[in-house]
Design a protein around this ligand. Structure first.
Ligand SMILES: NC(=O)c1ccc[n+]([C@@H]2O[C@H](COP(=O)([O-])OP(=O)(O)OC[C@H]3O[C@@H](n4cnc5c(N)ncnc54)[C@H](O)[C@@H]3O)[C@@H](O)[C@H]2O)c1
Length: 326
């Protein structure tokens, strides 16, 4: 795809800020919309987007996808060609605490955006969905053609509803639309409440790490650069409406993950054991054959290399901004 003007919602978050780095590096214009909420310390989001201001073709709008008027104005004021919709309340466990907020932002906010896009010049819409839509799918690896009617967390349910609305609005507006089911994304900048970040922080402080279940639950941890490659592939994809899994396709058990982090940090993990929370799935495991064949998606980064990259970044952050990362 030649250079475009891209609206990235949630562009100051973990995935969004990496995506914007690459969009800007490749010469695209970016409008970032983010409400900088306090799900985690918003100063981390300020850091995430610091380098974006080096580019003239970047603009930042603080605002909320629940504000229909603001969304309408964005499309009126800018010739947006591509929309990459990442803004959401993320995370399975926190969605059990405040499910209505998840519905409000992830479903109503997404619908506002789809409404605002109607009659715009948008040529491509990408939606950040999640492996959570598979719930406790029995068949592995999870493929896009599997039936996904049984989400087990409010978060998973909101992402499924987002996909449904994406199809409906695609049908009505004919805007080519792609839903990307990300599988547990990690790497520099990962959200602080996610396992790799949280375990690293706690282990470095010699504090116990919360350990849910017996260690056999598994996640298909996917390195951020591989996810960004997948998003770029999807931007160039030719489909009218399609869903892609973006995962590493190599699940890692919780006890292995803890071992790898402990080994990299040179410390013995202290486990604070808890039963598995009700919304947690047993495993995630992506079948990525569709993305491989149609988008040339080829995840590269193995978990031990990815964790080393994460820890290097974390150490730099502790040195430069210790108050945010201790
Ligand atoms: N990180 C993962 O492992 C993962 C896995 C599957 C799906 N996803 C999805 O990918 C997207 C990005 O995830 P992330 O890990 O970067 O999370 P993140 O929380 O770091 O980023 C989300 C951003 O959206 C913004 N936001 C939230 N509500 C908003 C609202 N009402 N209006 C405007 N902005 C709002 C937040 O301030 C934040 O900067 C989310 O949609 C998430 O559900 C992430």
């Amino acid at each position: 795809m030649s250079n475009k003007t891209v609206l990235v919602t949630g562009g100051s978050g973990f995935i969004g800020s990496h995506l914007i780095n690459r969009l800007l590096d490749e010469g695209n214009g970016v409008v970032c919309l983010d409400n900088l909420n306090d799900f985690y310390d918003p100063r981390i989001k300020d850091l995430n987007r610091e380098s974006h201001y080096d580019f003239d073709q970047y603009s930042f709008l603080e605002g909320d996808i629940r504000d229909q008027g603001q969304l309408n104005k964005i499309f009126k004021d800018n010739d947006i060609e591509v929309v990459i919709h990442l803004a959401a309340m993320a995370g399975v466990r926190p969605s059990l605490e405040d499910p209505k907020l998840y519905t409000d932002v992830n479903i109503n906010g997404t619908q506002n955006l789809l409404e605002a896009m109607n009659n715009s010049g948008v040529q491509k819409f990408l939606f950040a969905s999640s492996s959570s839509v598979y719930g406790n799918n029995k068949k592995t690896p999870f493929s896009e053609d599997d039936i996904v009617d049984y989400q087990i967390s409010p978060y998973g349910a909101t992402k499924k509803m987002g996909e449904i609305m994406c199809y409906t609005y695609h049908h009505l507006s004919e805007i080519p639309t792609t839903c990307l089911r990300f599988f547990t994304v990690y790497g520099p900048g990962q959200r602080p409440e996610m396992a790799i970040h949280k375990f690293t922080r706690l282990m470095k402080n010699n504090e116990p790490i919360p350990f849910y279940g017996d260690g056999s639950t598994a996640r298909d941890y996917t390195y951020i650069d591989d996810i960004i490659d997948g998003i770029f592939g999807a931007m160039n994809g030719k489909d009218q409406f399609v869903i892609y899994n973006l995962g590493h396709s190599d699940p890692v058990k919780l006890d292995e993950l803890v071992y790898v982090i402990g080994e990299r940090l040179g410390c013995e993990p202290i486990l604070d054991r808890h039963p598995l929370p009700a919304g947690d799935v047993i495993q995630t495991f992506a079948d990525v054959s569709r993305a491989k064949s149609r988008l040339d998606y080829e995840p590269q980064v193995r978990i031990d290399d990815g964790i080393s990259q994460f820890i290097e970044w974390f150490d730099r952050m502790v040195t430069s901004h210790g108050e945010l990362f201790s």
